[in-house]
Ligand binder design. Sequence first.
Ligand SMILES: [Zn+2]
Ligand SMILES: [Zn+2]
Length: 557
Amino acid sequence: MPENEWVRIIPLGGLGEIGMNMFVIETADDMIVIDAGLMFPEEEMLGIDLVIPDFSYLLQHRDKVRGLILTHGHEDHTGSLPFLLKELPIPVYGTPLSLGLAAEKIREQDVRADLRAIAPRERFSLGGLRVECMRVCHSIPDGVGVALETPAGLVVHAGDFKFDPTPVDGKLTDYHKFAELGDRGVLVLLSDSTNAMRPGFTPSERTVGQALEEVFRTVRRRIIVACFASHIHRIQQILEVAARMGRKVAIHGKSMIANTRIAADLGHLRIPPDVLVRLDDLRHLSPAETVIIATGSQGEPLSAIARMSAGEHKQIEITPGDTVIFSARVIPGNEQAIARTINQLFRRGAEVITEEFAPVHVSGHPCQEELKLMLNLTRPKFFVPIHGEYRHRHHHARLATAVGIDPAHICLAENGDILEFTPEKRDIVGKVTGGRVFVDGKGVGDVGDAILRERQHLARDGMVMVVVGLHHQTRAIVVGPEIVSRGFVHLQDQEAFFNAANHLVKELLAGCPEEERGDASILKEKIKVALRKFVHKAFDRRPMILPIVIDVWGAEP
Ligand SMILES: [Zn+2]
Ligand SMILES: [Zn+2]
């Protein structure tokens, strides 16, 4: 084997979760990054705003990194871009809409970016690698897969895709290109596992238009549709149905307005004439003539729909007879927030239509038959299921076996694994520092697992603080003990507890040998242990205990 005939694929994110997708493709001379996504925090990540991949591997090899390719404009593929570009200013390649949406986020973070537009089927070079992107259908327009010619062979990343045979914009997933790549010989395929557990084909996005039309036909009053701000084809269909039914549409929400503007400017959204109105103008129209498109399909507390449901929206009051359509999937983790919003909407007399009652949503990801089709078109030698938790990737691996891929050639890797491929074999040759980095306010990575554990402890059990001041010479108590608690005992019980704790600390200090009274750290530990025991015995609770011992200077009072 010639020395350089290898390629390494290193997932920095996207294999332990649906989110923070990021891959590094490495050859002897070059590194290329595909996507830089984020994920939203899980419930136990208290106070965390965002989670991004650890990209220290890229920073360690900064001279080798030639650029980053975006497959599409979703946040799980673009959201950590501003954080990466701050540390590593590399050129970013993507289709115009992907770049347009990413640019908006990058601007918000005050980062400069070198954005380079590409078109599907247009070949370009990154370092020594030839790159070609191919169009794919997804729940956002202008998505692509990526093919890279490496010294070891062709690497194909299918992007987030589905095989919609009747896409809203008429732009099909590029079956021909994927088949052509298959003919040339694909060494490795990376493919989307999100729906690997769902049989059949994902229905066409157009079916949602039909379902919406049926709902619109029966409703006599105002219609409010909640969907993702990036789902331009969904917005397109709502606008078209509304126009056909003679309704006016107000687009509501900052991201919704920004995205529709960007998409319309780039020709991805065709707004029917005379259909759009401003939210304020709805007052002059009868409810039967109006539609509002808004954010909040996930029950996000600050979203337009959540505020309407809570009766806290300045301009829109939900009234009996209104119909609210949730035209989106429930993202795991958001069930309770969505249920709360729906309960409140029903309470206000609205009718609520979700995916369970009418086909007002379809997925943007491929189901099992489409996954098999992708495998059959590209016929890869090696296969890496991506974009999913282990269970999704496990099922995807089974589908690959079913279409004849050698099980020994399927890699169920983890984030951080270094997968090495040569024309003949594959191996995991090491691991890079990887994992999840928490973003909390202005801090990136300063909050780690230890702080999260503290936050969980505080959230679960509250805290008790003891402040005691000892005279610097005599070591007699001159301040306190003051006891303060938060999230621990009810006000009514507080006084009895404070008195008991106060007494306990005094006794403890009185019983301390001379040499220990001079050492604040010994005293703190003793107070902590004694108080923890007392609280546990009296309340069967384990709050965080924070003793503070201070030296008081000056004459003893
Ligand atoms: Zn996506
Ligand atoms: Zn995705």
